[in-house]
Design a protein around this ligand. Structure first.
Ligand code: MN
Length: 255
């Protein structure tokens, strides 16, 4: 079997929200970083789909961000229509920062429908938001979801994290999580075989700049420390996890 090189992994990046998505895409492509380009509303999916169509490393995901459900729930038919065009789904989920009970219940309704449509097709890879709603999200996904669910920027309790892991869910860790006490505690606790890396750029910044896919190296440094291994080994571990859950072809090493 040919040797293959380890690639970096960014399972949650808002490519379409940077000032120049096409040039960022070119640099991600040149660096060979496996990236899931999430979108926040069904009406903007096609743009990212077209942009990434010929990409070897970047995949467009269809999404409806929970914080946009209130204003964009009417785009649901478009979501179901585009769902056949991609294996990747996100950003979806629940955000219970809002105290508005009508908004929360509409978010639950939409997320339940997303899960139902994805389950009916099977094999989808979902990147899921669960701020202040971890338990509900874990309950709604359940134990036997026929696809891959990645909890992005997980901020629930350690107990909720272990319940999610027991149910077969994955976690994507970003640079902001490596800076917070609770994020660090979570990183210490997570089973390395359930961990992927993300940037959530441009929402997460590094210094004054929005994070971009190469910045997953910041996360890898923290994972390496938590896992008592070097950074290359941590990168290898994350890439193996990606290869276990996604249809990724290994890239042959160039001499
Ligand atoms: Mn996001």
């Amino acid at each position: 079997m040919a040797e293959h090189r380890t690639c970096l992994v960014d399972t949650h990046c808002h490519l379409d929200l940077y000032p120049d998505p096409a040039s960022l895409l070119r640099s991600v492509e040149a660096a060979g970083i496996y990236t899931i380009a999430v979108t926040n509303a069904p009406s903007v999916f096609s743009h990212t789909k077209q942009l990434t169509e010929k990409s070897r490393y970047v995949r467009a995901a269809i999404g409806l961000h929970p914080e946009l459900v209130k204003t964009h729930a009417h785009e649901r038919p478009l979501f179901w229509q585009h769902l056949a065009e991609t294996r990747y789904v996100g950003e979806v989920g629940l955000d219970h920062v809002t105290p508005d009970t009508a908004d929360r219940s509409l978010q639950r309704e939409v997320f339940a429908e997303v899960l139902e449509h994805c389950a009916a097709i099977g094999g989808k890879i979902l990147t899921v938001h669960s701020r202040r709603a971890a338990s509900t999200v874990i309950d709604m996904v359940g134990r036997d979801f026929p696809g891959v669910v990645i909890l992005h920027w997980f901020s629930g309790s350690l107990r909720e994290a272990s319940r999610a892991a027991d149910n077969g869910l994955y976690f994507s860790v970003n640079p902001a999580m490596t800076r917070s006490k609770s994020g660090q505690a979570l990183i210490e606790r997570l089973d390395p075989d359930r961990v992927l890396t993300e940037t959530d750029g441009p929402f997460v910044s590094l210094g004054k700049e929005p994070a971009t896919p190469p910045d997953v190296s910041v996360v890898l440094r923290h994972l390496a420390e938590a896992w008592r291994m070097d950074e290359a080994e941590a990168a290898n571990r994350v890439f193996s996890t990606l290869r276990r859950v996604l249809p990724v072809k290994p890239v042959e090493a160039t001499p």
